[in-house]
Design a protein around this ligand. Structure first.
Ligand SMILES: Cc1cc2nc3c(=O)[nH]c(=O)nc-3n(C[C@H](O)[C@H](O)[C@H](O)COP(=O)(O)OP(=O)(O)OC[C@H]3O[C@@H](n4cnc5c(N)ncnc54)[C@H](O)[C@@H]3O)c2cc1C
Length: 425
């Protein structure tokens, strides 16, 4: 991914014929979290025109984080993930098209061709198509059942396999893999995590956080194999499954879960000739290289001053806030969407949060001992906190966020001192 913003033509906003006009139509493709927030925001901002929400899932807009946590464990029903109560969703008066896929964008005619054979005209189009779970192209991958976790149906299919006495191999030691491992363990399953990198969540956290996560899972009885490549899958003679590792060994198990990343659903945009680079490229106004088409959520590659480059954020925060920003931008409002990235993960009752983008170039200041279960690690450039990662420390993390956003210089010794309240820094 590169750092420059996509080139978009300047447009005079709002003017007749744009979506600020009550006679106009905004089409949203993808009825997930970003799409749901885009629809909700169009209405809360007073847009009285037609809103068409096209979603290929059968469900109304919903949030995915519980799918690897409370829904997977059975503690919460799938319906609890809905973004809005049914009556609030109805009150939006959007034309919701469940189970319908957008197949092609005809930019010249400004219409989207749908799987039911109809063509849906738009004045503004917002792409919120998210992504799908990545599969592994290795021998046996199409011969044994492999679970992935993206949808409600995925969670419902996996949940019954997580029970005492069952052996579960999770391929991938990223966030989804670790959350599945934690839930499986809590359900009494015997769990092995296989990670090809030398540490857990290598792409998103520094080594000390990976070490903390490893210790957490070890303490819960999970076996973690690091630097372990998967060369294939097989069915053993006793009908159990096998994960074949690159070193020639095999892990026998009852269930295999792949948590090996996400493929952005950017095909629609690519085929329409929009600028894409591992996702749909947008500017800080959420506009693609066609100013009448916007994008938000997991599918969007946006400039981030916090990362110093463009990137896709796969997070609850971004799906909500960029969905809202795209709707406001479609209405011609001034939008400058460049959020401080925020992500959280819940594992075994531990709540981990990340603000900003920690890098090896930062100086780490530790506040609290990871072994105690509650800590915040602050990442500084000079005297300014640029990023923070913490576990079971929501209050201190809120203050860390404030320090990052205010770019306020801090005294590292006082920052490390638990006796000095963060509010006083
Ligand atoms: C199991 C799980 C746990 C997570 N946990 C956390 C967490 O703890 N913390 C956190 O910050 N984030 C978490 N996330 C990430 C967060 O849920 C996502 O970033 C968020 O759901 C992205 O929202 P979205 O609307 O961009 O995509 P999605 O929610 O995936 O919605 C996209 C929708 O578009 C539909 N679609 C795609 N193409 C088409 C088409 N051509 N026509 C019609 N419809 C189409 C898809 O089927 C889907 O319904 C988790 C994600 C998962 C899967």
């Amino acid at each position: 991914m590169t750092a420059e913003r996509p080139q978009v033509e300047a447009a005079a906003w709002p003017h007749e014929g744009t979506s600020a006009d009550p006679a106009s139509t905004v089409v949203i493709v993808g009825a997930g979290q970003a799409g749901g927030w885009a629809a909700q925001t169009l209405r809360s901002e007073g847009f009285a025109g037609r809103v068409v929400l096209v979603g290929d899932e059968a469900h109304p807009p919903h949030e995915r984080p519980p799918l690897s946590k409370a829904v997977l464990s059975g503690a919460a029903a799938p319906e609890s993930t809905r973004l809005m109560k049914p009556e609030a969703f109805d009150a939006l008066a959007v034309q919701w098209r469940p189970g319908v896929q957008a197949r092609r964008i005809d930019r010249a005619a400004k219409q989207v061709l749908l799987s039911d054979g109809t063509a849906q005209p738009y004045d503004k189009l917002i792409l919120c198509t998210g992504g799908r779970a990545r599969r592994l192209a290795v021998p046996g991958a199409d011969q044994v059942p492999l679970h992935t976790l993206r949808t409600i149906e995925d969670a419902q299919a996996l949940a019954p396999a997580l029970r005492p006495g069952r052996r579960v191999v999770v391929v991938g030691g990223g966030w989804i893999g670790l959350e599945v491992a934690a839930t499986a363990r809590q359900q009494g399953a015997d769990v092995v995590v296989v990670e090809t990198q030398s540490r857990l969540c290598e792409r998103s956290v520094p080594a000390e956080v990976s070490a903390y996560l490893l210790a957490l899972h070890h303490a819960q009885g999970v076996r973690v194999l690091l630097g372990a490549g998967v060369r294939g899958f097989a069915r053993a003679a006793d009908d159990r499954l096998e994960v074949l590792l690159a070193d020639g060994s095999a892990l026998a198990c009852d269930t295999i879960v792949l948590g090996v990343g996400l493929v952005p659903n950017d095909e629609l945009a690519r085929e329409a000739g929009l600028d894409c680079d591992g996702g749909v490229r947008v500017d800080a106004q959420c506009r693609t290289s066609d100013p009448d088409i916007l994008a938000a959520g997991d599918v969007a590659v946006a400039p981030s001053p916090w990362a110093g480059r463009s990137l896709r954020l796969e997070s609850w925060q971004n799906a909500q806030e960029q969905g809202m920003a795209a709707a406001r931008s479609a209405l011609g409002q001034a939008v400058d969407y460049q959020p401080l990235p925020w992500f959280w993960s819940d594992q075994y009752g531990m709540n981990l949060q990340i603000y900003g983008m920690p890098t090896p170039a930062h100086r780490m200041v530790q506040r609290g001992d990871p072994a105690s279960g509650s800590f915040v690690l602050c990442y500084l450039a000079g005297d300014v906190v640029q990023a923070a990662v913490g576990a079971n420390a929501a209050r201190d993390l809120r203050f860390a966020r404030r320090l990052i956003e205010q770019r306020k210089p801090v005294d590292a010794e006082r920052l490390a001192d638990l006796g000095t309240p963060m509010a006083k820094l």
